[in-house]
Design a protein around this ligand. Structure first.
Ligand code: ADP
Ligand code: MG
Length: 611
């Protein structure tokens, strides 16, 4: 028997990418190997010459050039016979062979490289071994047990093959969990009373949607639909087609693209696609040799036109899955997005339209399955999860405002679900981007709080400082998931972010953060007041400068000089003093000194206005 406190890993063994995570009482987190983002491409390369085996990004980089010795999409072969995978063959350039299973009962599909035959579990084990090693390096101790996820539609043979892969990699697979169930666990949805959840998973080469029902802490898959050949790779191919067709048009139909260039095209296309998830356009530059440079800017609209049919097909699958489960969109309590390709804005829009609600996106869609596997692992290991169970917000939530102060929108101990909003404005003339930094904690300065995330409201029309009307709304739903949105009301410009505030905190930390707020209460109050006064000094002196430029010539030189001097002194004081009272007095005095100037400026403005 293993020791009860032994860590159990959570593993997402994906068709395109694999990840590993673990959880403690702070919640789940991804294990990131040294210098990586934790995402391991599920690709195995057999090097030419020595036959050395490489796993991950390095293998993927040579996939197109070395089609026969680079093995990818092993997941498609798990637990299948050669006849079952006949339709996969055109997609897999490496050599597939038939083999007797270890128990001699069945024929299974296997892969032959350099004259050696590898079974799919053996190949998957190479990926698992790499992940296990990364986890052991990061945790600093050996680990043996793991929860591994599989698609909901996997049959017994496919699940068994996944278990075998774990065993070959030296892992004790304590449970196989459905990927959609893992996604729901990652969001803590098992803690709800009962719920109907749709999980929409669009990865690199596969799509599936599952409708789950939760009752008494147990998830049941009501229905699942999908297409095992639909995913981000199709989006890449659309872009590759666009680029190659255009290059042929410009430089001659005869142009041939050898494998090495194909690899480059794939890289360019994927990079452009990823950029288009955040930017309105992406530029691709390809050196065609012979001094010919091909450059092309692709807009998001253009990209969306091309991929719309693929996205539409996923929508049709969702409708079928709902029909199979005898449900309508309104019967669903939550929709969860899974898979890297759900970062594509068009995909999000279509999912939202179809289900009539904003899907959960608080967790990184590429990581959510591994995180959920880790949650399942921690439940099996008996780790506490009390923070997610709370029905009140344990700590206050707010945003950073000008000068580093915090404006709290939801106070500690507020019962959830809850909602709160507040108006903010811009501080600089012509400011078009506004950063919204979401923080958690009881202290008055953002630097003393816990940063939960940030986003930018972009494209606010230029207007004078203080004119923009930005409404920031905090909404926490019954599952403790926070949605922060900002809308500039004059223009309708909008942006938002979703966060799980309870992730990454232990109950002890919550107590400590609360205590710190009492200990620092006075000091914090002074600091906050100082920030407010500094902002006011900045505002008033900038305004005075503008007035001097406009009507300064209408007052006598002596008065002008004394205003300029007072302005400099006030700014120096603001930068140096820690005494809010003194700054307040000086600010008042400055206000009195500039009364006449302000009157003149107002009179001038009125004069300039059209009748
Ligand atoms: P799988 O579950 O099939 O292993 P993933 O969930 O890791 O796959 O998704 C991989 C796919 O997500 C790839 O096609 C990749 O290009 C795509 N992808 C990753 N990040 C983004 C992004 N920011 N925008 C659009 N697509 C992305
Ligand atoms: Mg996946």
């Amino acid at each position: 028997m293993s020791e009860p406190d032994d860590v159990i890993l959570g593993i997402d063994l994906g068709t395109t990418n694999s990840l590993i995570a673990w959880a403690d009482d702070r919640g789940p987190r991804i294990v990131r190997g040294e210098g990586t983002d934790g995402v391991l491409p599920s690709v195995i390369g057999f090097e030419p010459g020595d036959g050395r085996i490489v796993v991950g990004a390095e293998a993927r980089a040579h996939a197109v050039e070395r089609p026969e010795t680079t093995v990818f999409s092993v997941k498609r072969l798990m637990g299948r016979g050669l006849a079952d995978v006949a339709e996969e063959v055109p997609w897999l350039p490496y050599r597939l062979v038939q083999r007797r299973s270890d128990d001699h009962h069945r024929d299974i599909a296997a892969v032959e490289v350099h004259g050696r035959v590898y079974t799919p579990p053996e190949l998957s084990a190479m990926i698992l071994r790499e992940l296990k090693q990364q986890a052991e390096e990061q945790l600093g101790r050996p680990v043996r047990r793991a929860v591994i996820t599989t698609p909901a539609y996997f049959d017994d043979a496919q699940r068994q093959a996944t278990r075998d892969a774990g065993r070959i990699a030296g892992l004790d697979v304590v449970r196989i969990v459905n990927e959609p169930t893992a996604a729901a666990l990652a969001y803590g949805l098992d803690l709800a009373e009962r719920a109907c959840i749709a999980v929409y998973d669009l990865g690199g080469g596969t799509f599936d949607v599952s409708i789950l029902q939760l009752r008494d802490r147990v998830f049941e898959v009501l229905s699942t639909r999908g297409n095992t050949h639909l995913g981000g790779d199709d989006f890449d191919r659309e872009l590759i087609k666009l680029l190659q067709d255009e290059i042929r048009q410009q430089h001659g139909q005869h142009i041939h693209f050898p494998p090495s260039t194909q690899q480059a095209f794939r890289r360019f296309a994927e990079a452009a696609k990823i950029r288009l998830s955040t930017d309105a356009q992406a530029t691709v530059e390809i050196d065609l040799g012979g001094g010919r440079l091909y450059q092309r800017t692709i807009t998001r609209e253009e990209f969306e036109d091309r991929i719309e049919p693929w996205v539409q097909e996923t929508v049709v699958c969702c409708c079928r899955a709902l029909a199979d489960a005898e449900l309508e969109p309104k019967d669903l309590d939550q929709v969860i997005l899974v898979g890297g390709s759900t970062r594509v804005p068009l995909v999000r829009r279509r999912v939202e339209q179809l289900f009539g609600r904003a899907p959960y996106t608080a967790l990184n869609p590429e990581e959510v399955v591994a995180l959920g596997a880790a949650v399942q692992a921690s439940i099996l290991a008996g780790t506490r999860r009390d923070l997610l169970l709370l029905d009140v917000t344990p700590l206050s939530l707010g945003i950073e405002t000008m000068g580093g102060a915090v404006s709290k929108l939801i106070l500690r101990n507020t019962t959830i679900p809850c909602e709160s909003d507040e108006m903010f404005t811009t501080f600089v003339d012509g400011q078009t981007n506004v950063k919204i930094h979401v923080v958690q904690g009881e202290r008055e300065l953002a630097a003393d709080c816990r940063s939960l995330g940030q986003f930018e409201l972009r494209g606010v029309p230029a207007m004078p400082a203080g004119m923009a009307k930005i409404k920031v709304t905090f909404l926490i739903d019954a599952n403790g998931i926070l949605d922060v949105s900002a809308i500039e009301q004059r223009s309708g410009t909008e942006a938002s972010i979703q966060i799980i505030p309870a992730h990454g905190l232990t109950p002890e930390e919550v107590d400590r953060m609360e205590l710190a707020s009492y200990e620092h209460a006075r000091e914090d109050m002074l600091a906050h007041r100082l920030v407010d006064l500094r902002n006011q000094v900045e505002f008033d002196t900038t305004k005075t400068e503008q007035m001097l430029a406009k009507v300064g010539s209408h007052i006598d030189a002596g008065q002008r000089d004394s205003i300029v001097r007072a302005m400099q002194q006030l700014r120096t004081l603001a930068a140096q003093t820690h005494d809010p009272e003194r700054l307040h007095q000086e600010l008042d005095a400055f206000g009195k000194l500039t009364v006449r100037l302000a009157e003149l400026a107002v009179a001038q403005t009125l004069k300039e206005q059209p009748e």
